[in-house]
Design a protein around this ligand. Structure first.
Ligand code: 6PG
Length: 246
């Protein structure tokens, strides 16, 4: 079991994203007070876009110049492609705050060889965290979303990346998209000091109840995110939490 698991339910999506922004800033300030830097990996997809927009709108004065942004996963597309997580983060956040470009570690997903892109990104992590062989990076915060099939980052059910215990970043073939995704592996997620899952909307109610309260074999990928020494925090709005019993 993780060091701790907390589930917070907020009344509306607006309340959810406001609470998530406050948690982001709280964790960031504590990391900067401790280490003079905040290393955070962002989630992709549509849910966190509202969080990123709110951070840009209401936390422009946050210590972005001591923050280092990574991506927990990326689609295997150009950075200006409509599906690119980088493009989404750039439009909703990066283009609106003053953050040194060298503090943004973008996945080189334009590389036609997805495995090479993953290897290059893994090297970026190793260098940033000054890792020795066998080490794993400890992000101050990793944001994650929840897919309707229980995936998180780009760790999809029945995909090869679920088995990876040594690499930090891999190219994961996702059958249903007939495409590669580049993703952090479970060891990286589970070495984080804190993981924050965000789930919003009625379409996540069933999977959220399965992941948070269900006994599934095999477990959903999102159920396998249990930071060894870190904090696991779930934030949902009431619509996404509708089927929870607690
Ligand atoms: C991605 C994300 C992915 C996402 C879930 C939920 O690249 O798509 O990393 O894991 O968090 O698919 O997506 P929504 O927030 O769009 O529902």
């Amino acid at each position: 079991m993780p060091a701790s698991r907390t589930v917070e339910v907020l009344p509306t999506p607006a309340d959810l994203f406001r609470a998530a922004a406050e948690e982001f800033v709280r964790v960031g300030k504590a990391a900067i007070a401790r280490n003079d830097r905040f290393a955070v990996a962002l989630a992709g997809g549509s849910t966190p876009k509202s969080l990123y927009s709110l951070l840009a709108k209401e936390h422009g004065r946050f210590a972005w110049r001591k923050t280092f942004l990574f991506f927990g996963d990326e689609r295997h597309v150009q950075p200006d492609h409509p599906d690119s997580n980088y493009r989404m983060v750039n439009e909703s956040l990066l283009s609106k705050i003053s953050m040194p470009p060298r503090h943004v570690y973008r996945v080189p997903a334009e590389n036609r060889d997805a495995h090479a892109a993953a290897a290059e990104y893994e090297e970026d992590l190793r260098k940033y965290f000054a890792m020795k062989p066998g080490d794993f990076p400890s992000f101050d915060l990793i944001l994650l979303g929840l897919g309707p099939d229980g995936h998180t980052a780009s760790l999809f059910p029945n995909s090869q990346a679920l088995k990876e215990q040594a690499r930090l970043v891999v190219a994961n073939w996702v059958e249903k998209f007939n495409a590669y995704r580049i993703t952090f592996t479970f060891p990286v997620l589970n070495h984080a000091a804190q993981v924050l899952f965000l789930a919003s909307g009625a379409d996540k109610a069933e999977i959220a109840s399965q992941v948070l309260e269900g006994e599934n074999s095999p477990p959903y990928p999102a159920q396998r995110v249990r930071p060894t020494d870190g904090r696991l925090l779930w934030m949902l709005d009431e619509a996404a939490a509708d089927r929870l019993t607690c």
